[in-house]
Every structure is written in C-alpha cells, then in structure tokens.
Ligand binder design. Structure first.
Ligand code: EZ4
Ligand code: CO
Length: 403
C-alpha cells in the first residue's frame, strides 16, 4: 500500500454541524473519520488541520496502532475531548482504508460477526405523557423493540430531550445559547409516573430505557433507581455527572436498576474504575469521542472481563461515519448490548451516502468494503458551518445546573 498522500478536514452543516477527516493514499484509496464535537466543532477542526494533518503525509496507512500511539503519547497533552476526537478521526479513517484495501467490511477485520444484527433503540418523547405514549407507539410500528422514553415535566418548560417531534430533534441549536429551568424534585416525582404509564400501555415486551443527562447527585440517583425498579428498565443512563466514577458505589448499594454511562468519556481512564469495580452494566463510549475504533475496542475488551456490555452512543451529532464504525464493532464484539439509533435527517444522509440499514428492530452495517460510508464533498460544500450550542439548564434561583 502506498503512503498517505492527503489529509483534508471537511466542515459542513447539512441540518447540523459535522467535522469529517478524509485521508487519501497515493494509490487513491480514501478513508473517513468523524471528528464532530457537538457545540465545539471548530476546536477539533483546528487541532486536526494545524497539528495532526501535517504529521500524516507520507506515513504508512497500514500502521494504525503506531499512528494512534504517536498521536496519543507523542502529543504529551493526553486525553480530553478535542484531542481524542481528532485521534479518533485518524484512527477510523485508517481502519476504513485497511478494510477497503482488504476488500472486506470492517467487522471482518475485527474478528467477524458475533451476531446476525445489531439491536437498536430509538427515542420516544413528547411534551406530555400522552404524547410520549403516542411516540412509543409510532416507534413500535416502525419495528423498534427497544425505546428510550423522555417527556416534559409539568411545570418545567423546554426539558432537554423531551421534544414534540423526536424525528426533528437536534441536541444543539444554531445561534444563541438557549437556557431552560430545571427542578430535580419535580423531575424525580415525574419519571416513575411516566414509566408506569408506558408499562401499563405497552406491557413488558418492549425494552425501556431512560436518560437522566447527568443531572442528579448520587443519593438522588439512588432514589430514582430504586423508585423505578418495578418497571424493569433496560438501563438508566447518565444518572450523575460523568466525572464522578466513585459516586456509582453509592448508587449501586441502593438499586438493582441497570446503569449505563459513557457518552462523554474520552478514554479508558474515564471508565476504568466503573468497569473494573462492576459499578455499571453498559458502557456507552462513542468511536468519535473515545479515540476511535482501536481505543473503543480496548474499552469494550476491558468491559467484557467484568460482564459490562456495550451500548454505544448514537445521537445525530455523531455523523453517519461514526454510526457505521459503531455498527461494525457492535456486530463483532462478544459483549454487545444495544445500539442507540437516532436516525439522521435526509439532508445529512444525502451528504453521507451509506450502506447501513435498519430492519425489524436491528441495524446492519452492510457488506461493502470498509466502513460503507462516503462523503459527497460537492453537496457538503453547499451546507456551510453555523455556530451552535447545546442548551444549559438553571435552577429556579438562577444557578447553573449540571449536565
Ligand atoms: O445529549 O448527543 O443519549 N443521548 C444523548 C444525546 C446527547 C447529545 C450531546 O451532544 O444524551 O442527546
Ligand atoms: Co445520553
């Protein structure tokens, strides 16, 4: 294989912002990597174009591990979301190239398939419980067997993730920073009511998930986990701020509700204690934010030793390139759990034509060589970057509340 001839960073906004790295080898093979860091996109684009791309030209694209080590250990400044998203993009693009050179879908290079398809869960939400029930119904009709349920909380406006139309929902809004009001007490009172309505209507044959978005203290999280045990959640996600690994000891002592965490983690060091002490049940690290296919594979292997299963983040701010990479890992690893699936908009799908597909509750990465995703650069150029922010929440007295 010839050396890396070009490394380009493409920033585009087909409905939302994406940062994509495209590597091209001397003999014309191309590889893609996703480097999108929602709300902080240009920091990663600059890290790549100023500091990483100049190191890539002339390197052997086959040396994936060595390139990863060079960018991680060699930078001196390790870890962090910006650095790890940049490394992830290079790593993912190199795996794409290697699999294309081998003429195989990436999952074949990761050990081949361990299952027939990738169980996916979708987002149901609404401003009221009734709206959320209708949203669950639509998803079940579309074939999903697992559903994350969120809803507005009476008395609170603009609760994150509780939108009227989950298909049109984006986790960041273009323009000014949006703020909303948060009340933990009102939220804690509401969630058991929501879950009980869903179980009453749909029974126990659907897998139910709920995302707390890092908003509780450890004792509040313990209380919530305990109060919803009868509803048999598939998982309770991100109950406390993500930097609090030891806090999970307290939550664990009080509840048997399964716990999932990891969408904001950047490396194995962010979850080493959570996994090795058996404090969680699902690890949700994303290829884009945790150092690429190589590093996420390492995290999943550690998780397997401790009976922790995978549940990769799959929101729309992870591009189709990331979703495809996740699907190849999902198909291959022994300890796969579930894959989050928030379908991208038609605009996004048009910029990133892809092989993966959803069928009867399962996602399939496709059988084409590499990741199975392409980038239409001409179309991408028609959607220029627009500054966007994730919203913030304040308590009733004006204090900024944790994510
Ligand atoms: O808030 O992707 O589980 N999914 C989520 C997402 C995240 C966004 C942040 O960029 O929590 O909606
Ligand atoms: Co989440």
């Amino acid at each position: 294989m010839s050396t890396i001839a070009a490394a380009e960073v493409v920033v585009c906004s087909p409905g939302r912002n994406f940062v994509t790295l495209k590597l091209t080898t001397g003999d014309g093979l191309t590889g893609l990597g996703d480097a999108t860091l929602n709300g902080r996109e240009l920091a990663v684009a600059a890290y790549l174009s100023e500091h990483v791309c100049p190191l890539l030209a002339g390197r052997d694209p086959a040396r994936i591990e060595d390139t990863w080590q060079l960018l991680y250990k060699g930078a001196y400044w390790r870890r962090g979301p910006v650095t790890m998203a940049a490394i992830a993009a290079v790593d993912t693009a190199l795996w794409d190239i290697k699999a294309k050179a081998a003429g195989m879908p990436l999952y074949q290079l990761l050990g081949g398939r361990s299952r027939d398809g990738v169980l996916a869960y979708a987002h149901a939400s609404g401003e009221t419980i009734d709206d959320t029930l209708a949203s669950v119904e639509r998803l079940l009709e579309r074939g999903y067997r697992a559903v994350r349920v969120q809803s507005g909380v009476p008395g609170l406006e603009g609760v994150y993730g509780a939108v009227a139309d989950p298909r049109a929902y984006e986790p960041a809004a273009a323009g000014e920073l949006q703020e909303s009001v948060w009340s933990t007490e009102e939220y804690l009172r509401h969630v058991p009511t929501l879950l009980s309505a869903v179980r009453e209507r749909f029974g126990f044959s659907v897998d139910l998930l709920h995302d707390v978005h890092h908003r509780l203290t450890p004792i509040e999280a313990a209380r919530l986990g305990k109060s919803v045990e009868e509803h048999a959640l598939f998982w309770l996600e991100d109950p406390v701020p993500a930097e609090r690994q030891a806090a999970y000891r307290l939550i664990r002592r009080h509840t048997t509700t399964p716990l999932a965490v990891g969408e904001v983690f950047n490396s194995i060091w962010d979850c080493e204690q959570l996994i090795s002490e058996g404090l969680i049940d699902y690890i949700r690290t994303a290829v884009t934010h945790a150092g690429g296919v190589s590093h996420v594979r390492r995290i999943f292997a550690l998780a397997e030793l401790h009976d922790v299963r995978t549940g990769s983040h799959g929101a729309t701010d992870l591009s189709p390139v990331c979703l495809a990479a996740a699907l190849h890992l999902d198909l291959a690893v022994p300890n796969f759990g579930i894959q989050e699936h928030m379908p991208h908009s038609e605009q996004t799908d048009a910029v990133f034509p892809h092989d993966y597909r959803f069928e009867d509750g399962y996602l399939h990465p496709g059988e084409g060589p590499g990741l199975g995703v392409e980038l239409d650069e001409e179309l991408a150029a028609k959607h220029p970057y627009r500054r966007a922010y994730l919203p913030v929440a304040r308590r009733r007295d004006g204090t900024v509340h944790s994510w």
